[in-house]
Design a protein around this ligand. Sequence first.
Ligand SMILES: Cc1cc2nc3c(=O)[nH]c(=O)nc-3n(C[C@H](O)[C@H](O)[C@H](O)COP(=O)(O)O)c2cc1C
Length: 340
Amino acid sequence: MTVKLFEPIAFKSVTLKNRIVMAPMCMYSVVKEDGQVTPFHLTHYESRAVGQTGLIMIEATAVQPEGRISMQDLGIWQDEQIFGLLNLNKRIHAHGATSAIQLGHAGRKAETNAPSMAPSAIAMNESDQKPIEMSKADISTTIEAFKDAARRAVQAQFDIIEIHAAHGYLINQFLSPLSNHRTDEYGGNKENRYRFLSEIISAIKTVWNGPLFVRISADEYNEKGNQIDDFIYFSQQMKAQGVDLIDVSTGGVIQAHINVYPGYQIRHAEQIKQAVNIPTGTVGLITSPLHAEEILQNERADLIFLARELLRDPYWPRRAAQELNYQLEAPKPYRRGWNR
Ligand SMILES: Cc1cc2nc3c(=O)[nH]c(=O)nc-3n(C[C@H](O)[C@H](O)[C@H](O)COP(=O)(O)O)c2cc1C
């Protein structure tokens, strides 16, 4: 049997050495509220690169300071932030890993000193402060901010960009009828609700030729929210715009009870992959190498995103190789430990 978890996969001219992805995870570890990379970030991401994870995706990184989920978020809203990210990339690349950055804006879920913005003045919870409804000028400024962030990502030598359109953050707020009650061309039918994301993709593509991933929440767990047909429509549009992979998560746009179990989001990735014929990534309570291999062999998804399991074990790829009986080459300094 060929072990698919360790098979390379190419997106445009970028080849990942295996199918294991470090899922984006906010570390809330910026020290001076300036969005800058710290020594902790270097250690944290480099450790997983040493551990042979193929693609290291940096946590949600804010394209505007008022779009931060917390004041401790990483940022890419100004040129001064490029140097730290470039340094981080050099550390990741030194171990043969590929790097990606997740570009994000929290919208009504932002927690900063500034008032939060959203497609409509609807708070997520009654206890939350109401966000300000974005004007057309606010929308244009935010699209420009995504584009400028992508330009900085080129300078910082990221291999892949992922747009964060999931978990109820700003772009997800535009996509969902639960949070978008606009009456202009950015709200109403699904074509209009997709417009904001569409314009962000187009703007990024003017400065970025590399692979582009988009993370979506393909289930809102609410009968008045988007349904799988809507996500298939959005994914078809993204494919037509040249998006290379849909990273499929769920939830976050509204409070909901979610029944979580191992691989609870795989079927969403599988449905989109089959219906749209586009590569997908799957995430969510995947911890076992055999489970990961099953998903890939049955063509239910193309990449396996691991979040909390990589916090527990930065050397998960080594464990996976042992369990799947695959000869994984050890990082040279670790050979005496790995090749027993
Ligand atoms: C500490 C932490 C921070 C997270 N931050 C992000 C983030 O920045 N962007 C994102 O899309 N998802 C984020 N997530 C969600 C994960 O990427 C992932 O989808 C989720 O944890 C389910 O995968 P798991 O069961 O492997 O942990 C975060 C999860 C954790 C545990």
